[in-house]
Design a protein around this ligand. Structure first.
Ligand code: ATP
Ligand code: MG
Length: 782
């Protein structure tokens, strides 16, 4: 090879280099945190390109978050020292699957401008279906159904594939039927939910082998980061793409239409039932039934293509100790079975951690040894021992936030940059305390993957207007704004539009057009509905000639929406107007309205003003793959971390996943890791006394230091777990289980914690779109 001197290879260790240079056949890099897995992937792309083995458009690289994809792009450009001509397909599973789906939408009964629903829309739609079925949504909440459907989609199951017993658990046996009609409704609305992006893409490939072959031919190299967290749907999708194209009719990559260009409606609308298609004909054994079976047998069921053709150049990297998405259907088995799935795979292990100092690595490594089900890996560092991991007790969460605030200011005085500081929480509600504190201190911070700007009511309203312009069939958007601002189109009018739409199976907007021609509405309502329709038609026409940012301003003005807030006397109205201005600013980055809305629907992690120095605040789940010099880890208490839910459940699986999450948290730190626990915490409005997390007991004493809270008030009275527990640092030092903590542990059952339900867990790097909790689902999308 001629790559000996390539600049981007310099500095790699021999194993990393092997992983970069082994371009032919399947490669698995199975290695611990901070060993350079992501760096290997990026370098591998640079290598493929500079060796001329593929053009950018022929490389498919899957990351776990949009943020990770952006970072990879930046690093790639740096490595190659110039902008790459054309870009690899670099993004999350959902972003890429969505992009493919859009190019062939007609083949799955969608139009190329289909809308991607967010959780709110999803819930609203499901509520309507529950109502239509006369199901009491107090007893059977729409949110629960959303969770079930999402779970099925994560497992690659279309309505016909859901095991009937499982479908029966909801709504007195109506779960399956509801899933079916939900999918039908989505088709009528020209919409897909998040899970559909993958599921419908899989269906597209299965029902259209020629389309699949195009992409199999196109993608000469496939790379996957965080492989340990792929779910069944993602796995199935990868398996389809990673088969070599059938050799009978080798398509040329030139034949593949640019995915950004639609197919111009040349494809006949298929006659298959929406949501059903022919998937059932070749359906897989249910992954659910395979769940419990031992790995080797499971494998056969999941080999979805005739695996006679050799798999191509796929490189997956991951770490079984960082698998933290089991609750969302991720299957760590995917990584354990790689060699089985991809025969002849080369497995490369990396053992040198380049990220963390000795003490931090020792703490993280020791903690994870308490898990049983793991492959076991060696991790070493050649870095200095560095500062010990600190553990600090605080009286309550307020003192915890104050303590961390002071530590951050101290770090600043020492010359640390705010960008190099992160706070990683277990549950998103923990953030509020820090946000309040930082606002008080005037300390800039950004929330990553959390409650987002685009989720604010006024932003959602404005977006709804734009969505209706973009896609007239977007009923949920239309319904949202039809009477905002108030136009005399109340519930009764909306209900009438619904009836019309349902009877004729047409979108609401169409129904509205028809209704204004009748006298079914009172004259005033009819007048304002007619005006609204005319306005939308005018805006739609204007769209062709007016820049999208300008159009947005026009729409907000002419619709009376801006005025509605201008006249509003409430305290937050001014802020909302500012937000609307900010929304328009944010549109400038996009070429057109469609691109902007596409971005909104896929965006999962938001950052503050990109150039401002700020502390990062995020959940542990969102922190995957990232690194910071200084990491604060608050809330290490039983019932919070590990979460109450995992403590309540049978078996160790949940608890082990929590421990992996703790391991992920610690391994984000380069130079300082600072753990906190509060002895009192308010949960759902009620004060509870808490017990320090068992994970604290599981840290190696030699690498840990107990410190006093800098929060001010001291914690002398901390419910029996006060400073006395740490008076004797020696005793902590002699064993990693302190007597004090052991006592606390002995009292654990019933002695503490939220009495029921436990914490609402943070789910989502998915930007809070997860229907299971914290306000929903949406992707660290990917
Ligand atoms: P995680 O499991 O947390 O995702 P990872 O295995 O992907 O970690 P990277 O993020 O790729 O690890 O690398 C961790 C850090 O180590 C990065 O700052 C990276 O630049 C650095 N690094 C990796 N390999 C080397 C190397 N050979 N020499 C110097 N620094 C390296
Ligand atoms: Mg990584």
């Amino acid at each position: 090879t001629t790559t000996g001197g390539a600049r981007y290879l310099a500095g790699l260790n021999p194993e990393q280099r092997d992983a970069v240079e082994t371009l032919d056949g399947p490669v698995l890099v199975l290695a611990g945190a901070g060993t350079g897995k992501t760096r290997v992937l990026t370098t591998r792309i640079a290598h493929i390109l500079s060796q001329g083995r593929a053009r950018p458009g022929e490389i498919l690289s899957v990351t776990f978050t949009n943020k990770a994809a952006r970072e990879m792009k930046t690093r790639l450009a740096e490595m190659l020292g110039q902008a790459v001509e054309g870009m690899p397909w670099l993004g999350t599973f959902h972003a890429i699957a969505g992009r493919i789906l859009r190019s062939h939408a007609e083949l799955v009964q969608l139009k190329s401008n289909f809308t991607v629903l967010d959780v709110d829309d999803q819930i609203r739609l499901l509520k309507q279906l529950l109502q239509a079925e006369n199901i009491d949504d107090k007893r059977w909440p729409a949110r629960m159904l959303a969770g079930l459907i999402d779970g099925w989609k994560n497992r690659g199951l279309s309505p016909s594939q859901v095991p009937s017993g499982e479908a029966a658990v909801f709504g007195n046996g109506k779960g399956g039927k509801l899933y079916t009609s939900y999918q039908e409704r989505l088709k009528i609305l020209n919409a897909a939910d998040f899970g559909d992006l993958l599921l419908e893409n899989i269906r597209l490939f299965r029902e259209n082998p020629d389309v699949l072959r195009q992409y199999q031919t196109r993608f000469k190299f496939i790379l996957v980061d965080e492989y340990q967290d792929t779910n069944v749907a993602q796995y199935l999708w990868l398996r389809l793409l990673s088969q070599a194209p059938s050799s009978l009719t080798p398509a040329t990559s030139a034949a593949v239409p640019s995915p950004l260009v639609g197919e111009g409606g040349s494809v006949e609308r298929s006659e298959t039932e929406p949501g059903e298609g022919s998937v059932s004909a070749d359906r897989d054994p249910s992954p659910a039934s395979l769940r419990s079976a031992p790995s080797p047998t499971r494998g056969e069921g999941r080999d979805i293509s005739a695996a006679t053709t050799p798999p191509k150049n796929i490189c997956c990297v991951g770490d079984d100790d960082q698998s933290i998405y089991g609750w969302r259907g991720a299957e760590v088995d995917n990584i354990l079975r790689f060699e089985h799935d991809f025969p002849g795979a080369k497995v490369i292990r990396l053992e040198r951690n380049y990220r963390s100092t000795g003490h931090i690595l020792a703490a993280a490594s020791h903690l994870i040894t308490h898990n049983e089900g793991r492959l076991g890996k060696t991790l070493r560092t050649e870095d200095v021992e560095g500062e010990k991991v600190t553990v600090t007790g605080a009286w309550d969460s307020e003192e915890e936030a104050r303590g961390i605030g002071e530590e951050i200011e101290e770090l600043q005085r020492k010359g640390e940059h705010l960008n190099d500081i992160a706070i990683l929480v277990r549950a998103s509600y923990q953030m509020r305390e820090f946000e309040d504190r930082f606002v008080t201190l005037g300390l800039p911070y950004r929330v990553i993957g959390g409650p987002r700007f685009y989720e604010r009511a006024e932003i959602r309203d404005a977006l709804a207007y734009l969505r209706v312009i973009n896609s007239p069939a977007d009923d949920l958007a239309f319904e949202r704004i039809v009477n905002v601002p108030k136009r005399g189109l109340g519930d009764a009018a909306v209900q009438m539009l619904h009836d019309h739409a349902r009877k004729r199976r047409i979108p609401l907007f169409e129904a509205a057009r028809a209704v204004v021609e009748t006298d079914e509405l009172k004259p005033k309502a009819r007048g304002s509905l007619r005006q609204l329709i005319l306005q939308f038609e005018r805006w739609r026409a204007q769209r062709e000639v007016t820049p999208h940012t300008e159009l947005a301003e026009i729409v907000l003005d002419e619709s009376g929406y801006t005025e509605m807030w201008q006249k509003d006397r409430s305290a937050d109205a001014a802020g909302r107007l500012d937000n609307l201005k900010e929304l328009i600013r944010s549109m400038e980055e996009f070429e057109n309205l469609h691109g902007f809305l596409e971005h909104i629907s896929l965006v999962m992690d938001r950052e503050g003003a990109a150039d401002e120095e700020a502390v990062s605040l995020m959940t542990l789940h969102s922190a995957k793959g990232l690194e910071f010099d200084n990491v604060f880890l608050p809330g290490w208490e039983e019932g919070l971390f590990p979460s109450q839910r995992t403590l309540d459940e049978q078996g160790r699986a949940g608890l082990e996943e929590e421990r992996r999450l703790a391991h992920v948290g610690l391994t984000r730190a380069r130079r300082r890791a600072k753990l906190y626990f509060a002895t009192n915490r308010r949960i759902h409005g009620t004060w509870t006394t808490t017990i320090p997390s068992r994970f604290l007991d599981e840290l190696p004493a030699d690498s840990v230091e107990i410190t006093e809270s800098k929060g001010g008030s001291g914690w002398g009275g901390a419910g029996g777990y006060g400073p006395s527990r740490f008076d004797n640092v020696e005793s902590f030092g002699s064993s990693y289980a302190t007597p004090g903590w052991q006592r606390a542990q002995a009292r654990r059952p019933g002695a503490r914690g939220p009495s029921e339900g436990g914490f609402k867990e943070e789910q989502s790097p998915f930007g809070g779109r997860d229907p299971f909790g914290g306000g929903g689902f949406g992707g660290n999308f990917g």
